[in-house]
Design a protein around this ligand. Structure first.
Ligand code: DGY
Length: 427
């Protein structure tokens, strides 16, 4: 028996369906976004498994010849969004943005396989080489020196666009005189107080200009681009996705891939230690050019559990931070430490709560045996959705819904947690 909230969530996924791919929300984000689509697939799997697979397949149709799966796929030109295909100039078909996003797809494909039957195994088999190429791209292009730690070349690649994590890297970007005028569209749809600042947008576009001018040469971007930082979010999500891809390789009998993936996992176990900030006693973002650490703990720091990363002592320290942070807010988990001076409770990734990050944190905490913390964060997420609705993000102090309404991935998290058929591994 479905509740009215379940029906509403299903209605949101259907309304945001553009025929094989789903937009995160109408107008604000009118294209297909990489990790949004992966979460959309999880939501669809609760009532239409064929449609769930289509979501992932259409995303991989936009894969670049070098293996990258881009962060936005532009199937049509939509004046509601800036920066569109003409700014990125990807020279790909379909046109896309020029960098990637947290690679959650392999983990979501594994969930579909483990909760499904032979039809699901065949759909996963057809995607396996593409997923492997995507992971290979991340390791080669985002860690060209093979340190075991991947970097990101744009804050948007983290999916946590304007988090204070990136302030040290963003401050070093010199905005060129010939950047040219441009018109943002996001602040026409959403209160500017809930979105990134004008100074941040100038820097976002400076990175895109560099990428465009070097023809999106990704090794050049990692070595000499305006921005290159280590992100606990992408690092931990990739570690978990590598583990899940290895499991898929075993299930599918893909023997030749297994040693390559095992090697990535081994390197990453050391590599993630480069993100341990002893001054804060936590995993933090780090500028990979200057080696300077960000001094803030974020919701992405808590994905150490999701990756199974770090020593027992490090995980105990992270759990203690999690308790302290949760005690400071009404609704967890805030995207930035609420006791830090840079915390802002309403501005996009500088404080608000995101249901999908909570979903990943809860999965990791449950796997680590931290069930009390996991239950608390899950209950907070439910309260937020029940009282405010399916918003993009939420104020951790007041619970107010912020950003876009009727948001695909918030609806998807509700469905997966609500009905329980595909959440067996997360439970
Ligand atoms: C945006 O436009 O704000 C997106 O988050 C970029 O991916």
């Amino acid at each position: 028996m479905r509740s009215s909230l379940d029906e509403e969530a299903i209605g949101i996924l259907k309304a945001n369906d553009r025929g094989g791919f789903t937009v995160p929300t109408a107008r604000l984000y009118p294209y297909q976004w990489n990790w949004d689509s992966a979460f959309a697939a999880l939501g669809f799997a609760e009532f239409d498994r064929d449609r769930a697979w289509r979501e992932i397949e259409t995303l991989f149709e936009a894969q670049w010849p070098d293996g990258m799966v881009p962060h936005i796929v532009f199937r049509q030109n939509d004046p509601d969004y800036f920066p569109g295909p003409a700014i990125w100039q990807s020279n790909t078909e379909p046109p896309s943005s020029g960098h990637s996003q947290p690679p959650v797809t392999a983990s979501i494909v594994l969930r579909l396989v483990e909760s499904g039957g032979t039809a699901d195994i065949e759909r996963a088999r057809a995607l396996f080489d593409r997923m492997l190429a995507f992971h290979r791209w991340f390791h080669a292009m985002r860690d060209p020196e093979d340190t075991g730690l991947v970097g990101i070349i744009h804050p948007w690649e983290s999916g946590r666009d304007n988090c204070p994590d990136w302030d040290i890297g963003m401050d070093r970007i010199v905005v060129p005189d010939d950047l040219g005028p441009y018109q943002r569209r996001d602040t026409e749809h959403i209160d500017p107080a809930e979105r990134p600042s004008a100074e941040q947008y100038d820097r976002y576009l400076t990175i895109i200009k560099f990428g465009r001018e070097c023809g999106w040469d990704h090794v050049e971007m990692a070595r000499n681009g305006p921005f290159y930082m280590g992100d606990p979010g992408v690092q931990f999500i990739l570690m978990r996705a590598d583990r899940d891809l290895l499991r898929l390789a075993e299930l599918l009998g893909e023997r030749s891939a297994q040693s390559e993936i095992a090697h990535w996992l081994e390197r990453a176990r050391d590599g993630c230690q480069l993100l341990w900030n002893p001054a804060v006693n936590a995993f933090c973002a780090r500028d990979l050019r200057t080696r300077e650490f960000s001094d803030g703990i974020t919701s992405a720091s808590m994905l150490a559990f999701y990756a199974g990363a770090g020593s027992d002592e490090q995980r105990d320290a992270m759990a203690a931070h999690a308790r302290r942070i949760l005690d400071d807010v009404e609704f967890g988990f805030p995207s930035f430490d609420p006791t830090h001076p840079r915390f802002e409770s309403k501005r996009y990734w500088r404080g608000p709560v995101w249901a999908i990050i909570n979903f990943l944190i809860v999965d990791g905490l449950n796997n680590a045996g931290e069930t009390e913390l996991a239950d608390r964060i899950k209950a907070d997420t439910r309260r937020l959705i029940e009282t405010a609705g399916f918003y993009e993000y939420f104020d951790p102090r007041t619970g107010e819904g912020l950003g876009g309404a009727d948001f695909t991935w918030t609806a998807a998290v509700h469905l997966v947690w609500g009905s329980g058929s595909t959440n067996s591994q997360a439970a």
